[in-house]
Design a protein around this ligand. Structure first.
Ligand SMILES: [Fe+2]
Ligand SMILES: [Fe+2]
Length: 262
């Protein structure tokens, strides 16, 4: 058996503290082999700096995926350049030199298993850079891939539930898992569909009492007014920890998926 824990968007300080506390406990409790976490909101709600990358790596995260907030802050370029355990969105198009740093699909090795991890972002999310169609980009990737691997885990970072379901129906049986991220709310549809683990959204690991991680006041005001912009400040207070635990058989077939919400 081989167990992968996938943690939903780590949001700011509360999210990092949730990881420091929960990851060692969960690793021990479930005998987890490999930990993946979406870290697009890790540093003050926006992107991931090198210090937080190192702290979270040390607490047991093996690979970080990202999302539409990847490029919200300049410090991400240093992280992408120096860190070797990050997979950022594959379908972001940025013609500058910085935009070419990092990769969107990469193979990692754990206990003799080769695990390919791919990160895609929907064109419907607000993205700082242009994005290509994630469905077509992924189809191209599968066609061109030469490197062999045992498992393929996809983080599909998208807003709508329909888009994520359409992605599952398009690529089930071709990948090991399609894990939805970005909405910050854990859905109750974790399942195995045609040999592929799926959940529409794994949820968020961050401040429990905010609005999907942020301090509520400005966001509530936004909904009462015609404003379209607001200043996002991470909420404080107690945390929530959202993840899924995927168990694969000896021959890498999906056996069981369990949602975790602490
Ligand atoms: Fe997020
Ligand atoms: Fe996002």
């Amino acid at each position: 058996m081989f167990k992968i824990l996938f943690i939903g968007d780590i949001f700011a300080k509360a999210g990092r503290e949730a990881c420091f506390k929960q990851i060692p406990l969960l690793r021990k409790k479930y005998k987890v082999d490999f930990v993946i976490a979406n870290a697009e909101n890790c540093t003050h709600g926006r992107s991931l700096n090198l210090q937080h990358y190192e702290q979270l790596s040390n607490c047991g995260i093996d690979v970080f995926t990202m999302g539409n907030h990847t490029y919200d802050h300049m410090y991400v370029f240093e992280t992408l350049e120096k860190a070797d355990k990050i997979v950022r969105p594959l379908n972001i198009v940025c013609s500058t030199k910085e935009g070419k740093i990092g990769c969107g699909s990469k193979v990692f090795i754990c206990k003799k298993r080769k695990i390919c991890i791919t990160n895609l972002v929907s064109t419907q999310c607000f993205n700082r850079f242009k994005t290509t169609n994630p469905f077509q980009t992924f189809e191209d990737l599968l066609r061109k891939q030469k490197q062999k691997y045992d498992l393929h885990i996809v983080d599909f970072h998208a807003e709508t539930t329909s888009e994520k379901k359409a992605f599952l129906l398009s690529f089930a049986n071709k990948v090991s898992a399609i894990i939805g991220t970005h909405s910050h709310v854990q859905t109750s549809d974790a399942q195995i569909y045609k040999n592929t683990f799926f959940i529409t959204d794994v949820g968020m690991t961050g401040p429990k009492e905010g609005i999907i991680g942020a301090k509520p006041d400005e966001i509530i005001e936004l909904f009462f007014s015609k404003r379209t912009k607001f200043r996002m400040e991470p909420a404080t207070g107690p945390y929530q920890f959202n993840a899924v635990l995927m168990t694969f058989s000896k021959n890498n077939k999906p056996k069981e998926i369990k949602t975790i919400a602490i």
